[in-house]
Design a protein around this ligand. Structure first.
Ligand code: HEM
Length: 471
């Protein structure tokens, strides 16, 4: 059904006949990002909801926090645009059809239970120490791109925690990371060229051939991970780790394998799809936030000094591990992370298809239509105040300074289909930053960042920082 109601949001000005607003998006991933920001600002001025036209398709674009929350708490079906990701991610949680997702999410939620996450503190600490050791070769040598260090480290962390696998044994990590970057950029390139939206036209493109080649590498890696873990569990090598001690919970891959063996909940393809989702969403997201945060701390020495002072106060002068009880005491560090995630919503745009009419503050959206949400524009809504574009961790420490809207901070989305890994991300990122800041003083210049969107928000020219060892 696609019957347009009389209280439809108006079409954003500037639509051309036939192509609509599509020409705005033709360009590289930096251009697309700039256009998304521009459209977000126009829609703020327009009241927070508008209709956009891309060739033959019309969809809603929402930047109002209340209206976004209403829709995200009502409609859980992903838009057709997520079909672009299915050759890689199939019916894994992020891309799955609602009918499949609702059972799988229920089955997988326990793998993100706090008791499971608490047992990862040892890995979070040892991985953070590894990052600190590896960064040492860059200390005192001027600007360097810390992508390779931080991203590889995050990939290994998700392997050791949720998957129970040591990626360093597989010798595939660097090739895997390059393949992830290529596949994400092919998704954006396809989005920018609306004539490739149809699977029939896309099938004849060189882009599809390029995508197929890298997906083969990615699936090869996830199949290897699954086989390795299966044989470890069969050989009982890791049975101790398989169940989180003192609980009835299992880590992600062990839970998926158990549910498959005992209840037939996932077939072999579905196991691989869940592993693909866990790897991509578990490492690329937090690694990017970490990198943006280090750049911001390097650009705001006062904030870095405050974070360092707090880390010393909570952890002392020595070199002890960060314990789970320390995390809640690192209040300023948490404010820094949240402010960094507000400034850079690394999953900047998400979308849903409406399976029912949805009544908003000023409009009624029609069932059958697609709806895009700019999480990035919500995070920079004028309701954040005149300093909305400034990095101010302090705003998180004075509740009166935060907008009085639950969904004003949109980085992890909201509703039942929000980010399943939010607590995992916060715990691992806090631990890593605490170790890095304790050992190094960072300098950077965030004003030099040129951004692009490759599904996730990333700097177009690398993540440059300089580090000096603290004495
Ligand atoms: C700071 C880091 C992270 C951010 C900003 C983030 C953000 C998000 C957002 C916005 C969504 C909703 C996507 C959509 O509606 O299309 C999402 C979903 C998801 N995230 Fe995260 N994420 C982060 C870290 C993680 C981590 C560490 C994991 C796993 C360990 C993870 C696993 C997932 C999964 C599986 C989904 C799909 C949930 C579902 O549809 O049921 N994320 N994330």
């Amino acid at each position: 059904r696609n019957t347009r109601s009389t209280t439809e949001p108006p079409v954003l000005p500037g639509a051309w006949p036939i192509v609509g607003h599509a020409l705005r998006f033709v360009g590289d991933s930096c251009h697309i990002w700039n256009k998304f920001v521009g459209i977000g600002n126009e829609i703020h001025d327009f009241g927070g909801v508008a209709t956009i036209r891309l060739g033959p398709r019309s969809f809603y674009f929402v930047t109002d926090p209340d209206d976004s929350s209403t829709i995200l708490n009502t409609c859980f079906e992903k838009d057709d645009i997520y079909e672009f990701g299915k050759p890689y991610l199939g019916e894994g949680l992020v891309t799955a059809k609602y009918s499949i997702w609702k059972n799988h999410r229920k089955l997988l939620n326990p793998a993100f239970n706090q008791s499971v996450l608490d047992t990862f503190m040892g890995v979070f600490n040892s991985q953070s120490r590894k990052l600190v050791r590896e960064l040492e070769k860059e200390a005192g040598k001027g600007p360097f791109d810390h992508w390779a260090y931080t991203r590889l480290n995050a990939l290994e962390t998700i392997g050791l925690t949720s998957l129970g696998i040591d990626f360093t044994d597989l010798n595939l990590s660097t090739q895997y990371l390059e393949a992830v970057d290529i596949v994400l950029s092919t998704l954006i390139e396809r989005f920018a060229k609306f004539w490739w939206h149809s699977p029939y036209t896309f099938a004849f493109s060189n882009l599809k051939r390029k995508q197929d080649a890298v997906i083969k590498i990615l699936h090869n890696m996830s199949n290897t991970v699954i086989q390795k873990r299966k044989s470890e569990l069969t050989g009982n090598i890791c049975s101790e780790r398989s169940v989180i001690p003192g609980t009835r919970f299992k880590a992600f891959l062990d839970l998926v394998l158990e549910l498959s063996a005992e209840k037939g909940a996932f077939n072999d393809r579905e196991i691989r799809e869940q592993v693909d989702i866990a790897i991509i969403s578990g490492h690329d997201t937090s690694a990017n936030v970490l990198m943006f945060t280090m750049i911001l701390l390097g650009s705001y020495p006062e904030a870095q000094d405050k974070a360092f002072a707090e880390i010393q106060e909570v952890l002392g002068d020595g070199d002890r591990d960060v314990e789970k009880t320390d995390l809640s005491k690192l209040v300023y560090l948490e404010a820094v992370l949240k402010e960094s995630m507000r400034m850079f919503a690394i999953a900047p745009v998400i979308s849903r298809i409406l399976d029912k009419d949805v009544k908003l503050k000023n409009y009624t959206l029609s069932a059958g239509m697609s709806c895009f949400f700019s999480l990035s524009a919500i995070n920079k809504h004028p309701m954040w105040g005149p300093d909305v574009h400034e990095f101010k961790p302090e705003r998180w420490l004075e509740p009166g300074r935060l907008p009085d809207k639950p969904f004003a901070f949109a980085t992890f989305s909201t509703g039942r289909r929000n980010c399943i890994g939010k607590s995992y991300a916060l715990m691992s990122m806090k631990t890593s930053i605490a170790h890095v800041i304790r050992n190094y003083r960072i300098t950077a210049d965030h004003t030099k960042l040129k951004l692009k969107v490759d599904v996730l928000l990333k700097p177009a020219d690398g993540y440059y920082i300089s580090i000096e060892k603290r004495t």
